[in-house]
Design a protein around this ligand. Sequence first.
Ligand code: ARG
Length: 588
Amino acid sequence: MPTAFNLAADLDTALQSAAHAAGLADAAAFAPEVRPADPKHGDYQANGVLGYAKARKLNPRGVAEQLIAALPASVTADYEATIAGPGFINFTLKPAALVAWLRAHDSAEHLAAGAAAAHAGQTWVVDYSSPNTAKQMHVGHLRSAVIGEAICRLLAFTGATVIRDNHLGDWGTQFGKLIYAYKRWADPAALEADAIAELERLYKLGNDATPDGSPELEEAKRELVKLQTGDPENLALWQKFSEVSLAAFQTIYDRLGITFDHNLGESFYNDKLDRVYAELTATTPPIAEVSEGALVVFHPEHPRFKTQPFLIRKADGASNYGSTDLATALYRTEHFKADGIVVVTDFRQGDHFEQLFLTVKKWFAAKGYRLPELHHVTFGAVTGEDGKALKTRDGGTIKLKALLDEAEERAYAIVSEKNAELPEAERRAIAQVVGIGAVQYADLSQNRSSNYVFSWEKMLALDGNTAPYLLYAVTRVHSIFRKLGITPGDAATESAASPLETPAEFALARKLVKFPNALDTALTTLRPHFLCIYLYELAGEFSSFYNAEKVAVDDPAVRARRLQLCARTLLTLETGLHLLGLRTLTRM
Ligand code: ARG
C-alpha cells in the first residue's frame, strides 16, 4: 500500500529502477517524467518513454511494455498500468491504494511530515517586502510581501528552515535631504500622529528645496557626509527614521500575517563592503575592474553584460545597490549557511540580479565558497482595469494601508448583506479575513510574471478562483460537521468508513491525492498560482461530489466514508490556504 506523500515522484523512482531491471540501454539516462494525468486516462502518466525511445531508435510501445513488466510488485499491487497512444504509460490507483493514501494523510502534521522530504535539512533565506524607509508602503509593495510570504510558507512546509529577511532600503543619498528638511520643518504634532506620513512630507520638501547646483543642495550633502562619518546627531535622526518606518511597516505586516526574523537593511552591510571590493579585485584575473574611476564587473560570456557594466562602487568611492547586494549574498552564505536564497522584487530589477548572480558565482568559485541556489523571483506591475498603473482618483499612489482598509470595508458590506443577523463584531472579524484574503489571493492566483490587474469586483466575487469562493467552501464543509455534531477526522468516523463506490466519491478522492503535485509544481517554479489552481479545482470537485451524493445518509458506513472525504477536503483546503498566507473561517 502506498505511504509515500508524492505518489508521482514515487512512481518516477520506481520506473527508473524498472529501466535498470529491464536492462534498457542507457537506463540511467531515462527520465520517466511522471505527472498527474488527465482524469479520463488515469491518475498519473509517464511521458518520458517517447523521447527516450525515439532518441535511441527504439519502439516506444515496446519500451513501455518492458518497463511495465519490470515494475516491482509494490507498484503493480497498487496501480493498473496501461500503455496509451504512441508510448505513454498511464497509472490508475486501485481503490484500496487510494484509500490507504487518504488514511495515511489524515492531519496537517502527517501532510507536513510527508512534504518535509523536499527541503529537509536545508536553510533558505527569503528576502521580500524590503521597502525603502522613510516612505509609506504603497500598492507597489503588495506583491513582494504577499508572494514572498507564500514562498516562505511553502519552503517551510517542505522541510526548510526559513529565514525571513526584510532587506530595507535604509541607506543612501536621500537621507541628506531628509535630514536637511527635518532640521528645518519637522512638525512635532504630525510626527506624533503619523510619523511616517510626516517623514514622507519632509522628504518631498527637502527634495524640492535642494535643486541641482543650489547652496541648499550643498548643505544637504554636508548632512549626508556627517551621517556617513558618524555624526551623533544625524545618526540618531537616521536611527529614528528607521524605527518609525519599521513600526509603520509592522502594522501592515501584522495584517498580512508576516513576521520577519531579521530586518537587515542596506546599512547593515556598510562595514562589510571593503572585503567585497578587495576580494573581487584580488582574483586572477580580477573579477572587478576600474572603469572611469568606478569599480565595475563585465561578463564577457553574456551578450549584453559583456558591455553593460555591473556597477559595484561609484567613482566618488560611494557604495551602491550592487555593493550592498554582493555583501548581502556573502553574509547569507557565511552567517546563515544558506542553501538557497530567494529575492522577491518586481521584474525591472531583472538585470541587476542577473549581473549580481553571475558575479557571485565567479567570486565564490574563485574563493572556494560554497554557492547557494540563487533565485530572483520577479513579478509584473499592479495595474487598474484599464491596464495603466493603479492610482488614486487624483492621480496619487495608493497607500497600502488605505488599500487594505478598503478591502475590509468592501468585504464588510458584502458580509453584512449576506448575514445581517450576525453580531457586528463577528461580521467585522469575518470581513477582515475575507477582505485581506481576497487581496492576497487575487495577487497569488495570477501567474506572477504577468501584470496583475487589480479589480475589487473580481477579487471579492463569491464564485470563480477567488478567496471568498474558497473560504466559503471551507465554511461549507465545517457546517456539514457542525450540523452532525461530529469533529472532522474523528476516530469513530474514520474507522467506520466503507470502501469508496460512486464515481463522485472516486473523483474527489483522486483529486485529493494530487495535492503533493500541486505543492511540488508551485515550489519548483516558485509560482504559488499553481497551488491556487489546484485548490480551486478541488473546491469544484467537492461541489460536484456534494451535489451528487448525500453525506448525512442513514447507513453509518456510507456516511462515514463520505465524511472522511469531507474531512480530507477540509484539511487540504485549509492547509493550502494557510500555505498561501490566508486565514480561514469556520463560518461566514
Ligand atoms: N529596497 C528595494 C526596493 O524597494 C528592494 C530590495 C530587494 N532586495 C535586495 N537584496 N536587493 O526596490
